[in-house]
Design a protein around this ligand. Sequence first.
Ligand SMILES: C[S@@+](CC[C@H](N)C(=O)[O-])C[C@H]1O[C@@H](n2cnc3c(N)ncnc32)[C@H](O)[C@@H]1O
Length: 275
Amino acid sequence: MSPIPSQDLSAIREFVEVNCGIKLDESKSYLVESRLGPILLEMKFVSYLSMIDAAIKDRTGKLKHKIIDSITTNETYFFRDQKPFDLLSHKLIPDILERQLDKAHPILRIWSAAASTGQEVYSIAMVLKEMLGTFYSHNIQIIGTDISQHALEIASRGVYGKIELSRGLTGARLNRHFSQKDNLWKINDDLRAVVRFQHLNLLTGTATIPTQDIILCRNVAFYFSKENKQHLFTKLSEKIEKGGYLIIGSTESLVGMDVPFEKKAFHNNIYYQRI
Ligand SMILES: C[S@@+](CC[C@H](N)C(=O)[O-])C[C@H]1O[C@@H](n2cnc3c(N)ncnc32)[C@H](O)[C@@H]1O
């Protein structure tokens, strides 16, 4: 395949940034080619420019979502980075529950704002199940959202193969929270019952999300421009109860952002509290 002409690359970069906030590096035309080339061939477009043009004109939004599904990086795994899950179980969740000691049925609302194929959401559900033993005495609501419809289909199914399960899961957790059928493992129904998945663009769709106690928004903002990051964290701050918590990715920071969060640490694990 010949390299993407610069005019086509500019059109793709603009389309992707407008539609999902992701700022594609100019030097990464090989990445664009490897991810969007198959659509070009499958749908027999004569150029990337004509593909983007068709996506803009397509009122069904199907081509747009096909492009977004292909261009987004959905890399994730169970208990990714581990520290956020230690924070949840040793500090953030106990704090939220302690504020509700007077309630017979404490509420806990957690949003995984870039849920990808679901591993982060199910890791949170496992942490909670292991902490609480049972979900009957609590009102647990875990939401996972993502812009990639394909990733969300996998997340909603809650069925994973050997490769996904070999990344981040202990044998004890596999035995406790999954049931096996042939070469696939399905998340148990008790965990599935406290989670739901929703298609959402973080730059335009946060209004549909109810107020949360804890938001995890990890490994997505680093793809955004400074302006989009500011917009994203402003929108997230509007969705967190005062005193609630935000966890971002281990390589991300809120430095330079004008947002109502106080940076805090618990055993060297960074988190942000809504002020
Ligand atoms: C690298 S994954 C991170 C998954 C998980 N949070 C983790 O840390 O393992 C980034 C996800 O962000 C999603 N994403 C990118 N832009 C988005 C947007 N504007 N709105 C919602 N999700 C977006 C991608 O589809 C992808 O699934």
